[in-house]
Design a protein around this ligand. Structure first.
Ligand code: BES
Ligand code: MN
Ligand code: ZN
Length: 470
């Protein structure tokens, strides 16, 4: 789908373009009067539209256009129409329009033998603010096309998207003038002592990989007031290419979606792809520990003890709590960059969805200022976030019996699963400003999101926003 902008009068637009009309009330209808065709979409009162409802309104337009097999639409649009959305500014407005048109137009067709001939080809936007619109739309196009790349990677089946394939995706999308990708294989990981990633991956014939993506958009290293070099932003993404649960195998349908357990890693690849395309003057590193959590006689067993890269020992009380184990090595590895901010993104716990439902990423950090800023950036980006605590009271639950720590709470562990996951990770993030994003609730969309089935591509928009603002 192309998004074009013009300030020309609508009367000069060819009739092949269906006119989009937002109506306050009534029902959606498509009318043809002579040559002129109009698609009427119910938007409710314009004054009531918020940043949140603007997103779903735009997505609904794409859904209706596709339902009526419309190829070209013309839309007279201006930010002033929606006063409640003005607080983030015009670039945000136009970017949000583009993002949601492109996100809603996505379909996962990789495995369909017959591709449909119909395509939503173009949306022509008529606005007096031509320049500002083009600028915002250019940004929104990059961000949402990157989120759609993330969806393609995550939607690829577990049999195909092996750790090496995920590494190939990083190479494919993050190799440019200012980005480079380094892949560590088992040998190099053994040298580094990455017992966590190696342990989780040892049961699969598809051996683990450690993926390092580096983008440096800085001409010179930036020094802060104390004249010391400020470190990069590091994104860490869970890259479990399929999660069977391991020997403590997942029951029934619980395993069904687990080819998407590398969604955090895919979002890191996609966001750095976008950051490079936007040419941000930032230094951003992506780390993706990639492994398959398989069932086999070579897989880790409950009770096994792993020695992590940091030197800490971990008692595997549950083979299905594998994400935190691979992330621990990556978080430890992040320390070498002396980062100004570390954000890990992971489909870590089903409990996150139990806590907040399907509409938010759970964020966990001990830094109140980061918590507030991440909530705000969630609203601004559309990848909504909501916090849970990480108090010292949660730490004793994961104290190890035979090793230093255990990967789940010992004893009665029904409660606070998402926090326990973060408590485990906090052992490997000492001295770094760190935010944990448990994206499990947003791995797949809620029905009201108006997104295609499969991966959401989140939180790519949020990660880009973080790189833009930190
Ligand atoms: N990848 C899963 C979590 C998950 C579940 C993500 C559903 C998205 C949708 C993770 O590795 C896992 O299995 N977590 C366990 C943790 C438990 C063993 C403490 C869970 O949530 O049940
Ligand atoms: Mn698991
Ligand atoms: Zn998992």
């Amino acid at each position: 789908m192309k998004i074009k902008v013009t300030k020309k009068d609508i009367s000069s637009v060819p009739h092949a373009y269906v006119r989009l009309a937002l109506i306050e009330k009534g029902t959606e209808h498509f009318v043809k009067e002579g040559e002129v065709q109009t698609l009427n979409i119910v938007a409710g009162k314009f004054e009531k539209i918020t940043p949140r409802t603007l997103r779903t309104l735009v997505r609904g337009i794409v859904q209706s256009a596709k339902k009526h097999k419309i190829e070209k639409v013309v839309w007279e649009l201006s930010p002033e129409t929606f006063p409640q959305t003005s607080s983030y500014g015009d670039t945000w407005f136009w970017s949000t329009i583009a993002e949601n048109l492109i996100l809603a137009n996505y379909e996962h067709t990789q495995y369909k033998s017959k591709k449909s001939k119909y395509e939503f080809v173009e949306i022509l936007i008529i606005t007096p603010h031509e320049k500002g619109a083009m600028e915002g739309i250019a940004r929104g196009t990059i961000v949402s096309e990157s989120a759609n790349i993330c969806r393609n990677i995550a939607n690829t089946t577990g049999g195909e998207m092996t750790p090496q394939m995920l590494a190939n995706m990083a190479k494919k999308y993050c190799t440019s003038a200012h980005t480079k990708v380094t892949i560590l294989d088992e040998k190099m990981m053994t040298k580094l002592g990455m017992g966590g990633v190696l342990g989780v991956g040892q049961g699969s014939k598809y051996k683990p990989r450690f993926i390092i993506v580096e983008y440096n958009g800085l001409k010179n290293t930036i020094k802060n007031k104390k004249n010391t070099v400020t470190g990069p932003i590091v994104f860490v993404g869970k890259g479990i290419t399929f999660d069977t649960g391991g020997l403590q195998i997942k029951p029934g349908m619980a395993m069904y979606d687990m080819h998407m357990d590398m969604s955090g890693g895919a979002a890191v690849i996609a966001s750095i792809h976008a950051i490079a395309k936007l040419g941000l003057k930032k230094h951003v590193i992506g780390l993706i520990p990639a492994a398959e959590n398989a069932v086999s006689d070579e897989a880790i067993r409950p009770g096994d003890v792993l020695t992590m890269m940091s030197g800490k020992t971990v008692e595997v009380l549950h083979t299905d709590a594998e994400g935190r184990i691979v992330l621990a090595d990556a978080l430890h590895y992040a320390q070498r960059y002396n980062p100004s901010l570390v954000v890990d993104v992971a489909t870590l716990t089903g409990a996150a969805g139990v806590a907040v439902g399907q509409h938010a990423h759970v964020i966990i950090t001990k830094d109140r200022m980061l918590e507030d800023r991440f909530r705000e950036l969630g609203e601004e980006s559309g990848d909504y976030t909501f916090p849970l605590p990480l108090w010292d009271e949660y730490m004793p639950y994961i104290k190890g019996t035979h090793a230093d720590i255990s990967n789940i709470a010992s004893g009665d562990s029904r409660y606070g699963g998402t926090i326990i996951g973060a408590a485990f990770l906090s052992h490997f993030t000492k001295k770094m400003p760190w935010v944990h994003i448990d994206m499990a609730p947003r791995m797949t969309p809620a029905p009201s999101d108006k997104l295609a089935k499969g991966a959401t591509g989140e939180p790519t928009r949020l990660l880009v926003k973080i790189a833009e603002t930190f």
